[in-house]
Design a protein around this ligand. Structure first.
Ligand SMILES: C[S@@+](CC[C@H](N)C(=O)[O-])C[C@H]1O[C@@H](n2cnc3c(N)ncnc32)[C@H](O)[C@@H]1O
Length: 379
């Protein structure tokens, strides 16, 4: 049986996600705002949860209706046969996003919606499922835009950016979904060298290793939302995992990470160990200004330098100037990719960007820029 699925992602990564879904076998793939929809079987939904790198969560829309008052919302919610999705003794959580002048209090809308669900059970069974915000058996999404309400159930559970390799946190780690999206956007061929000279906790190099080896990004996750659903098919899930593992290949590209902070590098080391890439990714404690020349190009250098919140303006500008100088002098044949929210500092790179892509690092609007370094530019 085919279903429609709604896959959430970060703003700017919709085309990357759409391509990932198409490559995985999704049908009727459509890019939306911060989401992509597709049609596919239950097997495809399991595969998407296991293999998509730029997905945050995969929702199954179950009902759409118009409502302008909390009572309307209650009435519509009561018409959904909830025991098809959740046993009376199970637990539920409701996530709501409300963008409507009809429902000015989003918490109240969600509460009314929950009341409708539990009242339905009470009337039918004399008891009701309880709420568990963190680990529910069924996570329900209520999205209200103007008077359009859509209800979906969440097949992923915890957000898919959590790959379970990161236990230690540095100050400003990139979201794993953003890091994977950036690597895919760069068009890295997975064979030539890949370098992050300001690797912090190692997110970019770990995602690069995962991409190069074709390892499923969710290989460490043991729980997905769909596993608690009534129609969970364990044999199908095992076969999807086995199918994905058949595509895993050894890494041949040199993947190098470095950072000038010993603490960050130690955390990167721990994360690499958990991710199982401690042999494939080489780490070094070095200031980028002193980093020895890389393997000959072509290659990709990608970095997420400080944006300047904790540095003085002069220091941040000279840091970006040093980045530009290093690129010009040491990286002929490389494509340098830099993400930053500091547009002023980016100007001090002193190179013309060939590509500029707008991405969001949390709430920060960033420019993700490619600087192609031609051999002739070598000093
Ligand atoms: C925003 S953080 C990078 C976070 C990283 N992408 C992650 O996911 O954890 C910036 C990093 O640049 C490093 N850094 C700043 N200036 C540097 C320099 N001149 N050479 C090498 N590393 C530098 C900092 O130590 C910090 O770890």
């Amino acid at each position: 049986m085919s279903n429609t699925y709604l896959v959430k992602t970060l703003k700017g990564l919709e085309p990357v996600l759409a391509k990932e879904i198409t490559d995985l076998g999704g049908r009727n793939v459509q890019s939306l705002r911060r989401a992509v929809s597709f049609e596919g079987s239950k097997a495809m939904m399991y595969r998407a949860n296991y293999c998509l790198r730029t997905a945050l969560r995969i929702l199954v829309p179950i009902r759409e209706f118009a409502a302008q008052t909390p009572q309307h919302l209650y009435n519509h919610a009561q018409r959904i046969p909830w025991d098809r999705y959740l046993d009376v003794d199970g637990t539920l959580a409701i996530d709501s996003v409300v963008n409507s002048h009809f429902f000015t209090h989003s918490k109240y809308a969600a509460l009314k919606f929950k009341d409708a669900i539990v009242d339905q059970y009470r009337e039918k069974y004399g008891r009701r499922p309880s709420v568990n915000k963190d680990y529910p058996d069924l996570r329900i999404h209520l999205h209200i835009n103007h008077d359009r309400c859509s209800v979906s159930i969440d097949s992923s559970g915890e957000s898919l950016h959590k790959r379970a390799y990161r236990l230690s946190r540095t100050q400003a780690p990139l979201n794993e979904v953003l890091a994977a999206g950036m690597i895919i956007l760069s068009g890295w061929d997975k064979k030539s060298p890949f370098i992050d000279p300001m690797c912090g906790s190692g997110t970019i190099v770990i995602e690069a290793a995962s991409i190069a080896s074709n390892q499923p990004p969710q290989r460490f996750r043991e729980e997905f939302g769909f596993m608690k659903w009534k129609d969970y098919d364990e044999d199908l899930w095992e076969s999807i995992k086995a199918e994905a593992w058949q595509k895993v290949v050894p890494i041949t590209a040199p993947i190098l990470g470095s950072d000038m902070s010993g603490i960050s590098l130690k955390i990167a080391q721990e994360n690499l160990l958990r991710a199982g890439f401690q042999k494939e990714v080489r780490l070094r404690l070095k200031n980028f200004s002193k980093l020895p020349p890389p393997p000959p190009g072509p290659g990709v250098l990608m970095m997420n330098p400080p944006y300047g919140e904790r540095l003085t303006p002069e220091n941040i500008l000279s840091l970006y100037k040093m980045i530009g100088d290093q690129l010009k002098q040491q990286y002929p044949g490389y494509a340098g990719w830099i993400i930053s929210s500091n547009m002023q500092a980016l100007k001090h790179i002193g190179l013309r960007a060939d590509k500029r892509i707008t991405l969001f690092n949390g709430p920060l609007e960033c420019s993700f820029r490619q600087y192609k370094i031609f051999a002739g530019k070598k000093a």
